[in-house]
Design a protein. Structure first.
Lengths: 161, 161
């Protein structure tokens, strides 16, 4: 098992991971009809450092790390993590988050912020709480869940210094 | 006095308003060395509707309105407002915010969110509170103020329905 920087040769594997998450529309705010090209442009945007979690040559997870803001807010990092449907429950998101916290510290970020954790995504919420993130904001009805209608989204934050 | 949609013929006037705000680096998270071209690309980004506040042919304020997120978060609007240094204290930001709330309702947005109100920007904070926004989140030390060092930023939210 290794976490390494993603390259263009990972595009197909990453799309295989991202597509079901985007189509489900339950956890991220990407449009559910987003194309492969749009999704990869988003995931590999110039300001992002993109990683994959790989095992025996198979990519089972991916995450990006970027500054959450520019200028006076550029010392706070932001990340997004997705695990393949087949590899859920094996601690891959946790491993990627721990990796991202180390990488963010290395790069000199002083904190990490998640802008939009859908409140019904309890697995993610509990994982981030267990890794030292706090809920610092609640956005009432800010997410339209395809099954549950308007639900809150949470802002989570963790200091790194 | 009128608030109207901005056009490319407003670029110079808008830059005159944006430049001191960007160079000061006290309220927005744009890089302080941002160029005119970069600033105008940001202010007129494709997802933004951009307005100006004009009086006797002189543009004294400008704001943008956009969806704060895509997909399941696209029903929440986001705005940014800047008043010219010469016209501070005349209620122009207030007039632009009221205009934006109406415009957001017209477009079917259900709420408006400000992601990053610098806590030392008391004039803005009090203005938004007076217009029905609530502080729904506090980001500890998320802004590096050029004079005051690391200060909190606030997440503010107002329902429109």
């Amino acid at each position: 098992m290794a976490i390494r920087q993603a390259t263009s040769s990972d595009h197909d594997a990453i799309w295989t991971i991202l597509e079901p998450m985007i189509r489900a529309g339950e956890t991220y705010t990407q449009p559910r009809d987003m194309s492969k090209k749009e999704a990869l442009e988003y995931w590999f945007a110039p300001e992002k450092e993109t990683f994959v979690w790989e095992e025996n040559g198979a990519v089972q997870g991916t995450y990006f790390l970027k500054p959450n803001q520019q200028g006076g807010g550029a010392h706070v990092a932001n990340c997004g993590y997705v695990t393949s449907a087949a590899a859920q429950g094996r601690g891959i998101a946790r491993a990627m988050c721990l990796h991202s916290l180390e990488r963010a510290k290395q790069r000199g970020f002083r904190a990490m912020q998640f802008n939009f954790v859908v409140s019904t995504n309890e697995r993610a919420l509990n994982l981030w709480l267990g890794l030292g993130f706090e809920v610092v904001g609640r956005l009432p009805g800010a997410f339209h869940h395809p099954e549950q209608g308007f639900v809150d989204a949470l802002v989570m934050y963790r200091t790194l210094v």
